[in-house]
Design a binder for this molecule. Structure first.
Ligand code: NAD
Length: 355
């Protein structure tokens, strides 16, 4: 893989490879774009089969964070880190303190947080070496309540776009996955009088949805065939693909899962079936809003108020899609790029703080 060619194609500013032999640390930090502020994104621990695989992942994820924070209206750029290791490794202090030292060496250009394979406890080790870390124990904590709330308001905006009013009362929502985000989403939907149909590979989680929210349970794979108004993917990525899109019997897809489109062309395929698609990184932005809130010292209520803006952002995305005749997932990218370009243009004027 030609790293510089990829950085040039995708617009990355900086990629840092780090090695600490004492604990066998091999890590990559990718900073995509810092026009809006310091780059922020989690640290993923994964046993990548090659350096190229790790690099490809970190470049893709860092770029995704630029877009996610930009549309969420945050003063943050996009970055990400990967550590090539077994996520179950026991010697976590040395691994994450080594990581913290490399994060610190970037002087605040990159702020880290937890991600796949890491936990708030790991971030406490990072914290011993750098202040450029969020998602710590006893601070903003689990982002799922804010994410679930953001998905709920984004779903209402999608309903407004599709049906002319945003009430979800009496609507049927098919939810894939009954995990943390889905739980808070279900709370709001149930309170508004929506009917829920759910699936999860974990039977205990399904039982909670049935008991607390009166949900109807279906088999794991049957969720794609449910006759409903809205399909809410809240489990895995890649679930909008050649097989599933053809099966959907809904008018809106709006859920919290990351990377819902197996490939970009599936964003067009969903819309070709007349289904309105809420771009994942816009509707699930509550998670990064929560982390930003921690950095700013916000309360959960303040973070939720910020997440409420997802409603207007979704409307803006759909409006751009209509204006430019493009699918909604491309409109989301355009909204992010327009915000970054407008802030970048402002920076042409010199201020005393600039050097
Ligand atoms: P979670 O682990 O609590 O929930 C995921 C659930 O999906 C689990 O209950 C799991 O058993 C279930 N699941 C796995 N495979 C399944 C399948 N084939 N069919 C049905 N259910 C299946 O995770 P979460 O924090 O709720 O996150 C859910 C999704 O939202 C993920 O894609 C995550 O990346 C994304 N997301 C989460 C947040 C957040 O704040 N937690 C923020 C942004 C995006």
């Amino acid at each position: 893989m030609d790293t510089f060619a990829n950085m040039q194609t995708w617009g990355h500013e900086q990629v840092v490879f780090s090695h600490e032999p004492s604990c066998g640390y091999f890590g990559i930090i990718a900073i995509h774009d810092t026009t809006l502020g310091p780059s922020l994104g989690g640290t993923r621990v994964w046993p990548y089969e090659s350096t190229d695989a790790a690099l490809k992942d970190v470049l893709r994820l860092a770029r995704g964070m630029t877009y996610k924070s930009a549309v969420a209206g945050l003063n943050l750029g996009g970055g990400k880190a990967v550590i090539v290791a077994d996520p179950k490794r026991a010697d976590r202090e040395s691994l994450f303190r080594a990581h913290g030292r490399f994060v610190e060496s970037l002087g605040g250009r990159y702020i880290t947080a937890e991600d796949v394979g890491t936990s708030p406890t790991d971030m406490e080790f990072v914290k011993r070496e750098t202040k450029h870390v969020a998602g710590l124990l006893n601070l903003s904590g689990d982002p799922s309540p804010v994410t679930g709330y953001g998905v709920y308001v984004g779903m209402k905006a999608s309903a407004k776009m599709r049906w002319g009013k945003d009430s979800l009362e009496g609507k049927t929502v098919a939810i894939q996955g009954c995990g943390k985000v889905a739980y808070y989403l279900m709370q709001h939907l149930h309170a508004e009088g929506a009917k829920l149909v759910v699936s999860d590979i974990d039977k205990a989680k399904v039982a909670i949805a049935v008991e607390e929210f009166g949900a109807t349970a279906v088999a794991v794979d049957a969720i794609f065939d449910v006759q409903a108004d809205i399909f809410a993917p809240c489990a895995l990525g890649g679930i909008l693909n050649d097989d599933t899109i053809a099966r959907l019997k809904v008018e809106i897809v709006a859920g919290g899962a990351n990377n819902q489109l197996a490939e970009e062309r599936h964003g067009k395929a969903v819309e070709a079936r007349g289904i309105l698609y809420a771009p994942d990184y816009v509707i699930n932005g509550g998670g990064v809003i929560n982390v930003y809130g921690e950095l700013q010292g916000w309360t959960m209520d303040r973070a939720k108020r910020k997440a409420q803006e997802i409603y207007d952002t979704m409307i803006r995305v759909y409006t751009i899609a209509g204006r430019d005749g493009i699918p909604s997932f491309e409109a989301a990218d355009r909204l992010a790029e327009e915000r970054i370009a407008s802030v970048r243009a402002l920076k042409r004027m010199w201020l005393a703080g600039d050097r």
